[in-house]
Ligand binder design. Structure first.
Ligand code: BGC
Length: 732
């Protein structure tokens, strides 16, 4: 029966082709791999090379220049970074590709849609603090739809670079310090962008970046080298990529960093041996902006031609913007330095993504009015929900929060209070400050008729101007409590935004010192793209709420947290060191050789950071019953379940995230002190209890890798850490 069916299908396929006389690659009924083969066979070398290049379009957004710019574009170009949000223009460019290039190959339009397109939602670091990957999938789905409707098929996101140094501006773009978190949230965002199927009308291709090790850029300075041992590469930096490749991520982008002497953009080991040969990734890798040309600066190529050769032979299929492939490949192929088979494979990879996106069959995008494309009420509500769950209550003493009836007048002070632009965070090109609800607007909505708001600017983000202090102190004196809204400019995060200190500029700290003298309770609101040094500010504040850079909808959730309408549920996805000098400080370090009496730690400051990964307070309390194991011993082929019942022992409903860590005290290769293996967030009503379960799969959760990526599981004792319990079991 099966045989008959497949014979019939092949017959129909063959019949279909001859009936409509389409070349095979244009026939949507043909399997993608046959279409690719057919097309590659028809292409000239020049056409092939064009597919491996990416131009930018629209840097100059002057409408007068647009016409000639479209004319200038080669019709057969592989991809464009599309610095426009105009679907009509995209269709015009695409039409040129479809109709004026010999074979009618569609262009792939890429863009940095990092945390929302126009409906800008919180930065990725904040998203991780929700511990709610389902929300992130939904938000990326919204970003994908807005992108498609703006002419974009491919986003340069997610960034899944594990980042241990908060001086690095790009910590804001990833999901924090933990490999598992970067894997889970990376997969969540790939699912959101790519949907169930890349060919769905509102799916876009994801791009994992920056492969690999960019997060370890030395000293937190951007574009530097990353010296990562083989062991750390495999246990810390590669796992998020492996997980996202398995989840079907269509593309990757190589990093700017030198990795142990071989730049990530010329690294055959990571790009080919690992990615293509071991993980079987069949999409393509694009070099980061000018990264091929930079191989000359990085000291591994004598000129552009050699840079192009090295990058391509290492496994970079697409050259972003620097036109090196275009210029030098004809000669390099003629000289047989680049084999034709390698060109064909690279072209096939690029075409595969285009076919999977359905671009050959539906090259144009739907044209809708702006108000039908962006900021749909349900999408803004989602951005608000994400912001709400990402906010972390870092400190709450003297019942400062939520506000009780005693607060009739609230001083609202500081550079962030009415700011809109910086709430958007970095990489929000299509975000508009006008779309943003400021902190002050959120407060007005929440407290109108209940609390009088006394606003004062206080001071700027930086500088030495104290002129606003007097007015701020007066506002504070006339109020029952002070909300001080501090933070970072959005340009202090993202690319090329490293900072030598993670403290806020002195002027902001000084403002709080002055306000403290009024004796009024101080609630500190922080909006920033990295962990901050709070060693001087923390003692001055009765409560601290971290709102990150929440995007367009942060005002209402913050106001809800202050009023008690919202019970905060965010937890830190990255540790806040006590001081900048304490960096690196992350929870899954390896054990010291003298782990007692603070031996070896900095002698001039306490050992502990300000707030560990996982820290985050609630307005209710959760009590954990004793965790129960399904068995005390298991073999490698068995699974073990551990469960813990959590009671909401406070007076209000709240969401608790249970974090499950594993530690392995004795192993042939020493293990981190503990490693996050699973988490789950659930809402629990006051007085109710819920059971959380973690099923341990030894191969997945108890194994470790060596510096070649080989996995091992060793018998012996293990511990599960949950809440403040540490439960032992044995693998035999
Ligand atoms: C950044 C990438 C980004 C690319 C394209 C580079 O400078 O490092 O993250 O995707 O530009 O805009």
């Amino acid at each position: 029966m099966k045989l008959f069916q497949s014979a019939l299908i092949s017959f129909l396929i063959i019949f279909g082709v001859s009936a409509n006389k389409l070349p095979k690659y244009k026939d949507a009924k043909q399997p993608i791999e046959s279409r690719i083969k057919d097309l590659v066979k028809r292409m000239t070398l020049e056409e092939k090379i064009l597919q491996l290049n990416q131009y930018t379009f629209g840097e100059n957004n002057n409408p007068n220049n647009i016409g000639p710019e479209v004319k200038k574009l080669p019709a057969g170009i592989g991809s464009l970074i599309y610095f426009s949000a105009n679907p009509v223009l995209r269709n015009e460019i695409q039409k040129k590709a479809m109709e004026e290039s010999r074979l009618g190959i569609p262009i792939l339009f890429g863009f940095d849609v990092i945390h929302g397109f126009r409906t800008v939602y919180p930065i990725s670091l904040a998203q991780a603090c929700t511990f709610n990957p389902e929300l992130v999938t939904k938000a990326c789905g919204v970003a994908a739809k807005e992108s498609v409707l703006s002419g974009v098929d491919w986003t340069f996101s997610p960034m899944i670079d594990v980042a241990l140094d908060p001086r690095w501006g790009r910590v804001s773009e990833g999901y924090g310090e933990d490999p598992y978190m970067n894997a889970v949230f990376g997969v969540a965002s790939v699912k959101g962008y790519q949907g169930k199927n890349l060919s769905d009308p509102y799916s876009i291709a994801a791009c994992l970046k920056h492969y690999v090790g960019y997060g370890m850029s030395e000293g937190g300075r951007d574009y530097r080298s990353s010296n990562i041992s083989a062991q750390s590469l495999w246990e810390t930096y590669l796992p998020p990529y492996e997980a996202c490749v398995k989840a079907g991520a269509a593309t990757l982008m190589s990093g700017f960093n030198d990795l142990n002497g071989v730049p990530a953009t010329a690294n055959h080991y990571t790009l080919t041996e690992i990615l293509k040969n071991r993980w079987k990734h069949d999409g393509f890798v694009v070099a980061d902006w000018n990264a091929v040309a930079q191989l000359v600066y990085q000291g591994v190529a004598k000129d552009s031609a050699e840079a192009g050769l090295k990058a391509f032979m290492a496994g970079i299929e697409m050259d972003m913007r620097d036109n090196i492939y275009l210029e030098y490949f004809p000669k390099l192929v003629a000289e047989k330095k680049i084999p034709m088979a390698k060109i064909d494979d690279a072209v096939a990879r690029v075409l595969r993504v285009k076919f999977r996106l359905g671009l050959f069959d539906e090259p144009y995008t739907k044209v809708l009015d702006e108000n039908e494309r962006y900021l749909k009420p349900q999408d803004v509500a989602l951005a608000e929900k994400l912001a709400e769950e990402s906010m972390v209550l870092l400190k709450n003493t003297k019942k400062a929060l939520p506000f009780s009836g005693n607060i009739k007048k609230l001083a609202v002070i500081g550079p962030m209070a009415k700011d809109k632009e910086n709430m958007l965070g970095s990489w929000s090109f299509n975000g508009k400050a006008n779309d943003v609800e400021s902190i002050f607007e959120g407060l007005e909505k929440e407290f109108s008729g209940k609390i009088q708001l006394n606003y004062a600017y206080g001071c700027g983000f930086e500088g030495t101007d104290e002129k606003g202090f007097e007015e701020a102190i007066a506002a504070a004196n006339g109020s029952d409590a002070i909300l001080v809204c501090l933070g970072e400019l959005k340009t202090w995060s993202g690319e090329n935004a490293s900072r030598s200190t993670i403290a806020l500029p002195a002027i902001q700290e000084k403002l709080v010192e002055k306000l403290k003298q009024t004796g009024k309770p101080i609630i500190l609101v922080l909006s920033n793209g990295r962990p901050l040094e709070l060693v001087r500010l923390e003692p001055l504040a009765d409560a601290i709420v971290e709102i990150w850079q929440p995007g367009i909808a942060g005002g209402t959730p913050l106001a809800g947290i202050l009023s008690g309408r919202v019970n905060p549920s965010g937890k830190l996805a990255i540790t806040f060191p006590l001081t900048t000098g304490q960096i690196p400080m992350y929870y899954n370090m390896r054990q010291s050789a003298r782990p007692y009496q603070a031996m070896g730690d900095y002698q001039d400051i306490p050992v502990e950071p300000m707030y560990w990964f996982g820290h985050g307070l609630s307005y209710t309390t959760f009590s954990y019953d004793e965790a129960k194991l399904s068995a005390k011993k298991i073999t490698k082929n068995e699974k073990l379940t551990i469960e813990v019942t959590v009671t909401n022992s406070g007076a209000v409903k709240g969401k608790e995230t249970v974090l499950w860590y594993i530690s392995d005290p004795v192993c042939s290769i020493s293990r981190p002190m503990k490693e996050l293996k699973y988490f789950k967030k659930k809402e629990i009503n006051a007085g109710d209890k819920t059971t959380f379960k973690f099923e341990i799969d030894p191969m997945r959760d108890l194994s470790y890798t060596d510096g070649t990526g080989k996995r091992f599981v060793e018998t012996g004792d293990f511990y599960i850490h949950v809440g403040n319990q540490k439960v032992k079991f044995e693998l035999e």
